[in-house]
Design a protein around this ligand. Structure first.
Ligand code: R5P
Length: 318
């Protein structure tokens, strides 16, 4: 059965795809992804995949629209090449923050992307730390939703930080923060923030106690860094000691890398769901790999064995 597994990758995160293949002990499937002169995306699979179980790895990171189009083209190519089953492996699912109509006349892009993936030909989805768990319900095909918490918690535990408190920089992140707080056996505090626009946020209140404590600020993603950096400086004002940030998806848009570097955050712990360019890297940033977790899930999906033990977070967030 193993022979029928083929991993393909878009250009978004080749390094993660390589690590996943290494974990699985399979070579990366051959494909060429280029551009036509006018910029359109050109894809060709360079091996026979008829009747195979195909996993297409693509993170929806910057340039997000190009990476999405690559993904759709790869799925379409695999479908037309008679793949038996196509799983879109999406370490980072973008457009996820627009998951409801919170203002008049706006799209629900998280649902739109789900529709486009299915229309392209995806038969199932494997993804990680969705911005909102209910996005799974935007698909009428199977979705396996993994959490990176075990990877991040393992590292945090190894640091043996004493006198901890887990803080979420906004009320929407309470479930995630509660899972960290339960697993680290540390109390929980909540920041009540207001977003002024896409680029800036303002901390309004703190619910909980951080005075003289070391803080782990947890979030699913950092985009401009506004939420995290504002939260960290507010926590310092409330008397916190060392501040660590544990964030799954390092989107790091615009000023984020500079903001992080000059912030009061002691260490920014993240994953490789999105690659971080050399210009954005700094000594503060620690990247942990989710490749073993994704590889294990791919193996289990391929072998039709249970993936639920990899979901890990659901049992500790209650
Ligand atoms: C909010 O709901 C998210 O979990 C993040 O806190 C937020 O999107 C991060 O955005 P930024 O880094 O631009 O503040």
């Amino acid at each position: 059965m193993k022979n029928s597994l083929t991993i393909l990758s878009g250009n978004a995160n080749r390094s993660l795809s390589g690590s996943i293949c290494k974990e699985l002990g399979v070579p990366l499937g051959k494909s060429v992804i280029g551009r036509f002169p006018e910029g359109e995306i050109k894809v060709q699979l360079k091996e026979n995949i008829r009747g195979r179980d195909i996993f297409i790895i693509q993170s929806m990171c910057t340039p997000v629209n190009d990476h999405l189009m690559e993904l759709f083209c790869l799925i379409d190519a695999a479908k037309r090449a008679s793949a038996e089953r196509i799983t879109a492996v999406l370490p980072y699912y973008a457009y996820a923050r627009q998951d409801r109509k919170d203002r008049p006349r706006v799209p629900i892009t998280a649902k739109l992307i789900a529709n486009l993936l299915v229309t392209a030909g995806a038969n199932r989805i494997l993804t990680m730390d969705l911005h909102a768990g209910q996005i799974q319900g935007f698909f009428d095909i199977p979705v396996d939703h993994l959490y990176s918490i075990k990877v991040l918690i393992g590292y945090l535990r190894s640091k043996k930080i004493k006198n901890l408190v887990v803080v979420t920089p906004d009320v929407g992140g309470i479930k995630m923060a509660r899972a960290y707080s339960n697993m680290l056996k540390a109390p929980l505090a909540i920041i009540d923030k207001r977003r002024e626009d896409e680029h800036s946020v303002k901390v309004m209140n703190l619910i909980g106690e951080v005075k003289d404590k070391n803080v782990i600020l947890v979030d699913d993603l950092v985009s401009t860094g506004g939420s995290l950096v504002e939260a960290a400086s507010a926590l310092k004002k409330f008397g916190a000691h060392d501040i660590y940030a544990a964030v799954v998806h390092p989107v790091l848009a615009g000023p984020a890398a500079v903001r992080l570097k000059s912030s009061v955050i002691k260490e920014f712990i993240t994953s490789d769901t999105i690659p971080i360019s050399n210009e954005k890297r700094s000594k503060k940033i620690t990247v942990l790999s989710v490749a073993p977790l994704l590889a294990e899930a791919i193996k289990r999906i391929h072998e039709n064995t249970s993936v639920s033990s990899l979901f890990a977070r659901a049992s500790v967030e209650a």
